[in-house]
Design a protein around this ligand. Structure first.
Ligand SMILES: Nc1ncnc2c1ncn2[C@@H]1O[C@H](COP(=O)(O)OP(=O)(O)O)[C@@H](O)[C@H]1O
Ligand SMILES: [Mg+2]
Length: 247
């Protein structure tokens, strides 16, 4: 079992889009048993995957270890994707982790899934607080979606600095350009300067995920955006760090 955290301290950069669609690629193209853990109280992944809250305070109770994750985990409309949904009780997740004061709480909860799942995807909230510390210790790989603009790239550097300073570099971190619009000069120049970095194009069809409550691959598998996520997934499958496969 491996854990990928989709993380960037900035909001609105495509963490949820990437979480849901990578889950789809892993489950559908590679038949992995995937658990998507929605750690963002806004619950965008939960909504897209059709999650239904059983108890409105359960997501927080799982972190406190008052409720077994299995109570909350649900199947989704996509075969082999299960969801650990978010709710308002993790609105102050940083404060919850600080209060619990167990450095490896998230990592240990995830270790409990080793029998049932091949891949855990963490859809992370923005910020660089104690949730980010937990994520840095729990993840085998961090994917950081960034919009190819100067401001957005600064948030990636903030993440790098945070991991170097507080986590001895942490797990491998890979940036992924998202919402790439090659009609824009800044996007063209930024992506061309870094050809090794995966680039996911901007497309209106992405917004339909919320309306259809499905990942892109389920309704527009041939769209350039779905294809780019597919390519990214196959790259991740082969990815090596220090000579060892990451996933
Ligand atoms: N490649 C893309 N093309 C078009 N819209 C996108 C793309 N990626 C994300 N979006 C849209 O941008 C908004 C922010 O994306 P989201 O995944 O929710 O970001 P985050 O989880 O980082 O806050 C959403 O409305 C989403 O549908
Ligand atoms: Mg999100």
């Amino acid at each position: 079992m491996s854990t990928i955290a989709i993380f960037n301290p900035k909001g609105g950069v495509g963490k949820t889009m990437l979480s849901v669609n990578l889950a789809w690629a892993a489950a559908t193209l590679s038949k992995r048993r995937v658990l998507l853990w929605d750690l963002d109280a806004q619950g965008a992944s939960t909504f897209i995957l059709g999650g239904k809250g059983k108890r409105h305070d359960a997501a927080g109770a799982v972190i406190y270890r008052d409720v077994e994750p299995e109570v909350l985990i649900q199947h989704t409309n996509v075969p082999r994707i299960d969801l650990l949904p978010a709710d308002a009780s993790i609105r102050s997740l940083d404060a919850i982790f600080s209060e619990i004061d167990k450095e490896n709480r998230l990592k240990k909860l995830i270790a409990g899934f080793a029998q049932q799942y091949d891949l855990i995807i963490l859809d992370c909230p923005p910020g660089l607080g104690s949730t980010a510390d937990q994520v840095a210790r729990a993840a085998d790989l961090i994917l950081a979606p960034i919009i190819p603009s100067t401001l957005a790239r600064r948030s990636f550097h903030a993440l790098r600095e945070f991991l170097d300073r507080h986590h001895k570099g942490g797990p491998p971190v890979y940036p992924v350009f998202n919402m790439v619009d090659r009609r824009r000069k800044e996007h063209r120049e930024t992506t061309d300067a870094d050809p090794g970095c995966p680039a996911i194009p901007m497309a209106a069809t992405v917004e339909q995920m919320g309306i259809r409550q499905l990942p892109l691959g389920a309704y527009a598998p041939r769209s350039p955006t779905a294809r780019a996520v597919e390519k990214l997934w196959h790259t991740l499958e082969k990815l090596k760090h220090d000579g060892k496969k990451v996933l």
